[in-house]
Structure formats: C-alpha cells, structure tokens
Design a protein around this ligand. Sequence first.
Ligand code: GDP
Length: 315
Amino acid sequence: MITVLTGGTGGAKFVDGLRQIIPPDELTIIVNTGDDLKWWGLSVSPDIDSILYVLADLLSNERGWGFKGDTFLCLQTMAQYGESDWFKVGDRDLAMHILRSKLIAEGKTLAEATDVVTKKLGITARVLPMSNDKVETRIQTPAGELGFEEYFVKRRYQDEVLSVRFAGAEAARPAPGVLDAILTADAVVLAPSNPVTSIGPILAIADIRQALRETSAQVISVSPIVGDAAVSGPAAKLMTSQGLPVSIEGIAKAYEDFLDALVVDVTDAERGTRLARPELRVHSTNILMRSAEDKVNLAGEVLTQVTARAESNHR
Ligand code: GDP
C-alpha cells in the first residue's frame, strides 16, 4: 500500500502518474481540506475534487483543475444575477458540489460523502480528507486576513504574506483511516504540493505529524521547488513567510522530523549531494511533469526509492 499526502494541482499531476503504475486499490490518498470553502452556499473541497477527477480521468489537463471540457453557463448566469463569480465553477463541476452538499446535509461526514462520490465515479483507490473537522487556512496580509481561495484565486496571490495559520487544526482529529494508512503503508509519499498551504494543513493536525514520525514506512517527498523557485503558484512567497529557504533545503527543513528520502530535480543534483545525510537520501531525476510520460516516469522514480530502502535493509 502506498499512501500519498497531497494538495490539488501539483499533487494531482503526480497522482496521475502513480495511478498508471500502481493498482489503484493499493493507493490511499490523504487530501488537504484547508482550502475548503462555502461557495453559493455549497460545500466545495477543491483539492479533493482535483484528486477525484484525476483518478477518474476527468481532470482538465489544460486548466489543471475542474472537469475536462466543462462549460460555465451557471457561473455566467450567477454573474448576471449579481452573484460573485471569482471562484470558477464549471457546470459539471457544480454537480459535484451539489452532490457533496446534499450528502452532508443528509448527515454524512466529509469522509463519508467523499467515499460515496469516489464509488460513484468508479474509483477504486481510497481517497480520504485529512479530517472531518473544519480546518481553515488563513493568510495574513497587509489588506487583512484572507481565506486561501480568496488569496489564491480572487486576489491572484499578489498580496504580501505576513503569516499563515490553520484555524481549527488544534482541535481537529484525523479522518477515520488516515493514521492507519500512514502507519501501515509500505511507503508514504508527500506529493510535489505546496509545503505551506497544501501539506502544511495536513501536518498541522498533531496526530498526523506524529504518525509520520512513528511509521516504519519510508516517507518520501517530491520537491515542488526547482532551483530557487516554485514550479508554479505562490509556494516561494509562502515558504519565505514561514522562514523557510526557497530551495530543496527548505523542503527538507519543513519535513525534517520525519523525512527519509527527497526526490529533487536533476538540475539540483549537486545541491542534493550536499543535502544528503545518513538519515536523508536524496535522489535526483526529472521532476517537471510536462507530459503524460513525465508523470509516469516520475512516479516510477519515486517507487525506486521504496525499493532502495528495502534493499539497504537487507544488506
Ligand atoms: P494547490 O492546492 O492547487 O495549490 O496544489 P498543490 O499544492 O498540490 O500544487 C502546487 C505545487 O505544485 C506548487 O508548489 C508547484 O511548485 C508544484 N508543481 C506544479 N507542477 C509541478 C511539476 O510538474 N513538478 C513538480 N516537482 N512540482 C510541481
């Protein structure tokens, strides 16, 4: 069993490769819910949706989020009614938000609702929200405190980031199955997701971070940083706000209490050699997922790290 911790876009690209080389029923995906929001009164879980769509082969590759070939007629109509339209919800995507909201209104937890939808989409991998409890990523900026999607989508991550907090994380419990999936996995992979606002909220749940420290499984991270920049999005700014260097060193630091192996880009190979320690293997390969082939190759390279540990244990 391989357990993946992930956010939305970078994580979804990585999961796309993984699902093609691992039988899906041997995959458990633990997903960030810190970006979840109420939109037009509906319960929206953007990162869960990206993972569900990629596993069902429905994700729009052009946009990296939302349903393939979706239309936006409802969004346009809502705008005509004077409703907010900065969060882009496609028509078929909307069906997901309606269904999830209906299931939750009927009394299901987020994990139960996710399980129902997963089955309806014919997905055999297990998809778990990190928690059934509300954990909200809040970004402090000179313009005030913003919800993650407000900062990211509405304001296009232009604001200076003063700090980040995860409201509700202290009291939040991991969703059923999350700790077990970490403790009993053959390997736990942290997808190339934003370390602060995608993996950060998951790690802010103390029992999850503790399980990562305790598990005998290999914990492997794929860097979302190449050189001194994020591949996309605001990870660099957010890492700086947390006092983390924007580099593979910063990724290693963010996960230093549990990380066994870090997969970095070939262009960071030399840096990786300097970073490697007896307790941290660093493996370099092409980590830029530009094509379908890149995704499958990267997933394969990550799996070699699971084997690498198994071999060194037998020596
Ligand atoms: P979000 O919830 O939509 O922000 O999604 P994620 O956190 O999963 O993905 C965003 C992160 O993915 C960013 O930090 C990017 O640097 C990283 N990323 C995007 N594309 C790639 C890629 O092709 N390779 C790697 N290594 N990282 C990527």
